[in-house]
Design a protein around this ligand. Structure first.
Ligand code: BGP
Length: 492
């Protein structure tokens, strides 16, 4: 079946500062919490060079323009732009001026996220997002960015993936500060981040910002593993913790009663650690009204069963299939479904979950335009004769875009899609073996090689049509195992 996307639907690609830039000591950049974290003994990789985009950005932007990729979603590195006292760093401003100007002159729309996990180390040392100082500094930083780049940047994301960041920081311990303190501390930190988000949205409006501003949430569907009451309840708890808490606050400005109940159950009767002042409550509500769009990052969905034992998290960071354990006491245990394909990193490949998530946001929340701000497939890959035949990635992208088009036909206002990622880059907990790029990066010299997927995606962006394996999402999913399949359809 041939599917078409409207002309005005944006087709872009995404990156994030710390994952691609490298040059961590250049241009007056101060360390972020991730520099400290990756330099501890246990870490097997660093971001010293990463994809070396700091020196290759012109080429990357030129590649976007060449391949009809209309928009580049990137994040700014906070510690390149402001010093510890809150003074702007001229070298950092010059660097991002060059990046943004290159986008503008190449006809590639820059989408800028203010924050994607790289908290300044000096703020992390003072308690990070749990302390009001971080919010104060974040607003100062947001103001600088809106003032300085606002004439050329018309799409802003305040935060990307705050739930992923917070749960990994305080529940699984996989992100700095590496704590396994539990849901309470995570909710506390997440509340502070969402207040900072809301204040930044309101600030942008107050400053007369004429562009669009939103937040990107990694919105992954959560299903009962089996159709039992216990599994349904576990999925409901998991969903309240990983989706509804954020969606309620960002899209309505307050927690719904059902969400509150579920969180109280997770906290086993302890009060919700999310106290807000009257001003903060008002800021959240005002921001919900003023938000221009919701960004949805989607990779995988989860199948849950009840779990009352101790929390056990075994992270598969090496691509050894089947080695993941993810069980959080009083919330859920996530299990693999044997009929759902997975990547080597145990991430389910389930485009239906994206469709379901989009429909659910549409059904449960006030309508806002949605952009798919990240979606992509992480694989081990080798360069052969100057390219990578990444048919699995093409299938993955194709099936997920088909899911988006299905949701649009069913009434959801989706306005764009960004592939994660433009170039291979550092993966926060997996290092460099897990590659996502449309371009292969040789990490030894920073050289970029176009993969087959970038030609496919570029052609799709130009012609605005693609062939899907079948018309219906469910059928196409059920009839093939994506992680082993190859595209037979020819390249449309
Ligand atoms: C998202 C992050 C991205 C990216 C992606 C893939 O949540 O926003 O920064 O890393 O996940 O995840 P990973 O690198 O863990 O495979």
């Amino acid at each position: 079946m041939i599917r078409t996307v409207p002309r005005e639907f944006i087709l872009g690609a995404a990156t994030a500062a710390y994952q691609v830039e490298g040059a961590v000591r250049e241009g007056g950049r101060l360390p972020s919490v991730w520099d400290r974290w990756l330099y501890r003994a246990a870490s097997t990789f660093q971001a010293e060079r990463a994809s070396d985009s700091y020196h290759h950005f012109r080429q990357d932007i030129h590649h976007c323009a060449q391949q009809h990729i209309q928009a580049l979603e990137l994040s700014f590195s906070w510690t390149r732009l402001l010093d510890e006292e809150g003074n702007p760093n001229p070298a950092g401003l010059l660097y991002y001026d060059a990046v943004i100007d290159e986008c503008v002159t190449s006809g590639v729309e820059p989408w800028v996220a203010l924050y994607q996990f790289d908290l300044p180390a000096y703020l992390a040392e003072q308690g990070g997002w749990l302390q009001p100082l971080t919010t104060e500094r974040f607003l100062q930083y947001a103001q600088l960015c809106f003032e300085h780049f606002g004439d050329r940047v018309h799409h802003w994301l305040t935060l990307k993936d705050p739930v992923t960041e917070t749960v990994n920081a305080y529940v699984t311990g996989l992100f700095p500060p590496g704590e396994q303190a539990g849901a309470g501390k995570a909710l506390q930190a997440l509340t502070r981040k969402l207040v900072a988000h809301a204040q930044a949205v309101n600030l942008y409006r107050q400053m007369g910002g004429k562009g669009e501003i939103g937040l990107a949430h990694r919105a992954e569907s959560v299903y009962p593993y089996e159709d039992t009451e216990a599994d349904q309840h576990a999925a409901m708890l998991d969903d309240a913790f990983t989706n509804r808490f954020l969606l309620d606050l960002v899209l309505t400005g307050e927690l719904q009663q059902e969400t509150r109940q579920a969180l109280l159950e997770i906290l086993q009767g302890k009060p919700l650690p999310c106290s807000l002042t009257a001003d903060e409550r008002q800021a959240l509500q005002r921001a919900a009204g003023q938000l221009d769009f919701l960004g949805v990052n989607y990779y995988a969905s989860h199948f849950c069963t009840a779990w009352h034992g101790e929390s056990v998290v075994h992270h598969n960071g090496s691509g050894q299939r089947g080695t993941t354990t993810y069980a959080l006491r009083g919330i859920s245990r996530r299990l693999q479904k044997t009929d759902v394909p997975t990547t080597d990193w145990d991430w389910s490949i389930f485009p239906q979950g994206l469709y379901d998530m989009l429909m659910r946001i549409h059904r449960d929340y006030p309508d806002k335009p949605i952009y798919i701000t990240e979606n992509g497939l992480g694989c081990r890959e080798a360069l052969e004769e100057g390219t990578v035949e990444d048919d699995d990635r093409i299938d993955y992208i194709r099936q997920h875009i088909a899911a988006v088009l299905d949701a649009m036909e069913d009434g959801v206002d989706v306005r764009g899609y960004f592939v994660w990622s433009l170039v291979d880059c550092m993966s926060w907990t997996n290092g460099y073996e897990k590659r996502y790029g449309l371009f292969y990066v040789d990490y030894a010299d920073g050289h970029r090689y176009p993969k087959k997927s970038v030609h496919w995606y570029g052609d799709f962006a130009r012609r605005r049509l693609m062939l899907t394996v079948s018309g219906g999402l469910q059928t196409s999913f059920a009839t093939q195992n994506l992680s082993h399949s190859h595209s037979e359809s020819g390249e449309v």
